[in-house]
Ligand binder design. Structure first.
Ligand code: HMG
Ligand code: MG
Length: 297
């Protein structure tokens, strides 16, 4: 059955802006403040990774220091290791996310270690978070295909998901990093993972490179998944996945869910306004057809 309510995880300020030209701290803060006003309850606001690897996120501490915090909104950060976790805590992140992969090729290129090494590296992060009562989300990249290793078996995704879940991640976000998935493959993958991790603990994180993200989400919703990651204006991509484009646009997801009678708590107009502002700064049109249609009205 379809969920009645979907929780949206807005990743635009992180996943989006990590792969656009660096817009500067003030524009990032303004984007997050605008998103906070739209009714979103979860905003991934930056990442504490090596600035040599992702220079666009080097000012995440400054971003966290400057945003207006609203009660009821989780401002989260990506943390690949203990150093990142400590910096995220100093910056006042509410929650953190570790990020692994279902493929060895992507793991090596994105975080410079094997899947097994990455899991070992996450252990102390989870332990430190537990000690501070900070929740940890776990990402898995390349769940529907890898730019280096090609096809990925659903069983491989399920195995990594189960490990992250048992290690203590409260939610596992399933990343179609390069947007190659199609609806039946997405359903098969989600079903396989849901045999090992409860559906309520799973999220979809689909990039829209091949224009399939919305169709994939629509076909996974009847399986009961109720957390969706998206980026306002379809911003971004991943610097370590060549050709990867942005996440599915938040405006498109909200429009589709509301049309299906599924609540999100998000005001579409305010979301569109937030996307318009950041796209003006980036000097590009929002990569959301819903936003384009509403703006043209
Ligand atoms: P490494 O080079 O193997 O790490 O990188 P290292 O421990 O040997 O450290 C090398 C240097 O980095 C040292 O500095 C460390 O201090 C520094 P140096 O001595 O050379 O001056 N360093 C750090 N600096 C700041 N913060 C840190 C940190 N850690 C080490 N936390 C590492 C390993 C994981 C650090 C590196 O590979 C890295 O930062 N990777 C991040 C890549 C990234 O951010 N990718 C994008 C996010 S993932 C994504 O977008 C996918 C997702 O959206 C889901 C999907 O769509 O699939 C989540
Ligand atoms: Mg991503």
């Amino acid at each position: 059955a379809l969920p009645q309510h979907v929780k949206l995880v807005e990743v635009g300020p992180r996943d989006g802006l990590q792969n656009e030209r660096n817009v500067g701290t003030a524009a990032k803060v303004e984007l997050i403040n605008q998103l906070s006003a739209s009714g979103l309850t979860y905003i991934e606001s930056g990442s504490f990774v090596s600035p040599k690897w992702v220079p666009q996120m080097a000012d995440s501490a400054d971003v966290f220091a400057a945003i207006e915090r609203h009660s009821g909104i989780t401002y989260a950060a990506l943390t690949p290791n203990l150093k990142g976790f400590e910096n995220a805590m100093l910056a006042g992140a509410d929650e953190v996310a570790i990020f692994g992969a279902a493929s060895e090729g992507f793991s090596q290129r994105n975080i410079n270690c094997s899947i097994a090494e990455s899991l070992a590296r996450f252990e102390p992060v989870i332990a430190a978070a537990k000690a501070k009562q900070i929740k940890v989300r776990g990402y898995i990249s390349c769940v529907l295909g890898c730019p280096y290793d090609g096809d990925i078996a659903p069983a491989q995704v399920a195995a990594v998901a189960e490990r992250l879940y048992r290690m203590g991640c409260y939610e596992i976000s399933l990343g179609d990093t390069i947007g190659v998935g199609t609806p039946l493959a997405a359903q098969r993958m989600l079903s396989a993972v849901a045999e090992r991790v409860p559906m309520e603990q799973l999220a979809l994180h689909f990039h829209n490179t091949y224009g399939q993200a919305l169709a994939n989400i629509a076909n996974c919703l009847p399986l009961g998944v109720s957390t969706i990651d998206s980026a306002v204006a379809g911003l971004g991509g991943c610097p370590y996945a060549k050709g990867a484009s942005g996440n599915v646009a938040s405006e498109d997801v909200v429009y589709m869910l509301h049309g299906m009678g599924i609540e999100t708590g998000v005001d579409l107009n305010q979301l569109i306004a937030a996307g318009q502002s950041i796209c003006a700064t980036l000097q590009q049109a929002p990569r959301s057809l819903v936003a384009q249609a509403e703006i043209a009205k």
